[in-house]
Write a protein that binds this ligand. Structure first.
Ligand SMILES: Cc1cc2nc3c(=O)[nH]c(=O)nc-3n(C[C@H](O)[C@H](O)[C@H](O)COP(=O)(O)OP(=O)(O)OC[C@H]3O[C@@H](n4cnc5c(N)ncnc54)[C@H](O)[C@@H]3O)c2cc1C
Length: 376
């Protein structure tokens, strides 16, 4: 079944053909590719984007719709793993990106915060540690004890951390809008234009913006980015609004929110069949779907009609940071991919970092995201 987000009708994008050869060609028309195209076109470069399907047809139109600050790891872990100064720059990058998204996305972005739930007492300590580090570094965060939680969560989750800067997306609508901005700024967007080899592209610079679909384009990436499947369910509109913002627990292994028309969008539970979910095959499976259905029953006390089910693919890296910058083996080829399931805000931010860097304005943060830092 199709993604609920992608089903929304969209105006055709402006068709533009570049005058002259492109300076940069981008492979992939998700949030990363569109953000990169916009930054390049705004800097006055000639940019052509190739998308095998339609704009947002990959993970960008198939995700949970959470717009979260930070990386795929919690803030306290990022501090420990990468050092306090670097973690702070990474979080600042995404908070800045969230503010820009709020400006650019219109009604595709709702600034409602997000709730990281502790599933049990062991997770309370983890969530508390993130809260302590965020607040001691001056970031907005609120600690919620069980009595502070809405009735739908009480008795199920012992505590939670509210992230006020976060929000909820209609991700396909957002990325289509971003694409339109890029086209209006002068980018040529070619949909249904699969790139089978980078040798077929003539531009002096190429950007791979395919997140979990890197396979076959550059062998160096195949070794560094692991395709990973996520599955989602959407229900008919519920009678009540029970979950007014993105909710997630067990370090993001389970997540849900309600749309403005009160549908429950719920996904995750990859751990029902973890080994099988390390795949680039974009199909749903009974074992994970049944696990998500059972979670719907637990949350609601009943199983409403399910109107949509789908799968999507993202790219996971060993250290959970994306690979952003030129390939060490070939500096014609740049990449921004591998957000490890956390690319809605990071993809926007990193696509822009690459676009700016190719236009001559290289951010210091790129050193820590260099594609050559990790091996297979
Ligand atoms: C089920 C699921 C839930 C998720 N939930 C969240 C969430 O709530 N919050 C969050 O932050 N992140 C989430 N993510 C991750 C997030 O969706 C991705 O990290 C993000 O969309 C990546 O964007 P992208 O533009 O880099 O890649 P994509 O959106 O995957 O775009 C890549 C595009 O490249 C195209 N392509 C691939 N190969 C070629 C080729 N050879 N030639 C031309 N085009 C090609 C594909 O068709 C695709 O459209 C989720 C992902 C999934 C799958």
């Amino acid at each position: 079944m199709a993604s609920f987000w992608l089903e929304e009708p969209a105006e055709p994008l402006p068709r533009r053909t570049l005058a002259g050869d492109p300076d940069v060609e981008i492979v992939g028309g998700g949030v990363t590719g569109c953000s990169c195209a916009l930054a390049l076109a705004e800097a006055g470069l000639r940019v052509r984007l190739h998308e095998a399907r339609e704009i947002a047809g990959g993970a960008s139109g198939r995700n949970g719709g959470f717009a979260l600050r930070g990386g795929a790891m919690a803030y306290d872990q990022a501090r420990e793993q990468f050092g306090p100064a670097w973690a702070r720059s990474y979080w600042d990058l995404t908070e800045h990106a969230l503010r820009r998204m709020a400006e650019l996305a219109g009604d595709a972005f709702r600034h409602v915060g997000s709730l990281r739930l502790a599933a049990d007492d062991a997770e309370v300590a983890d969530v508390r540690s993130e809260y302590d580090m965020l607040t001691s570094d001056g970031y907005a965060a609120e600690w919620l004890e069980v009595d502070d939680l809405p009735p739908s969560l009480r008795g199920r989750f012992p505590a939670a951390l509210l992230h006020p800067p976060d929000g909820a997306l209609q991700p396909a609508r957002w990325v289509r809008r971003l694409a339109r901005r890029a086209a209006d700024a002068g980018a040529e967007l070619r949909e249904h234009s699969p790139v089978s080899s980078l040798d077929d592209l003539s531009a002096p610079y190429v950007v791979i913006a395919t997140d979990g679909h890197t396979r076959g384009l550059a062998p160096e990436l195949d070794a560094r980015i692991q395709p990973t499947r996520g599955q989602v369910i959407v229900t008919e509109p519920l009678h009540e609004l029970l979950f007014d913002r993105p909710h997630y627990a067990r370090h993001g292994l389970e997540y849900w929110q309600q749309t403005p028309d009160r549908r429950l969008v719920i996904g995750g539970w990859r751990d029902a069949a973890l080994e099988q979910e390390w795949t680039a095959e974009e199909t749903i499976t009974p074992v994970v779907q049944e696990r998500i259905e059972s979670a719907v029953r637990d949350l609601l006390g009943e199983l409403p009609e399910i109107t949509h089910r789908w799968a999507g693919i993202w790219g996971t890296t060993r250290d959970l940071l994306p690979l952003v910058g030129p390939l060490p083996e070939n500096d014609r080829v740049w990449v921004s991919a591998g957000y490890s399931g956390h690319g809605n805000v990071l993809g926007f931010a990193c696509g822009e970092l690459v676009g700016r860097a190719l236009a001559g304005d290289r951010d210091a943060l790129l050193a820590g995201l260099a594609p050559g830092r990790t091996t297979a």
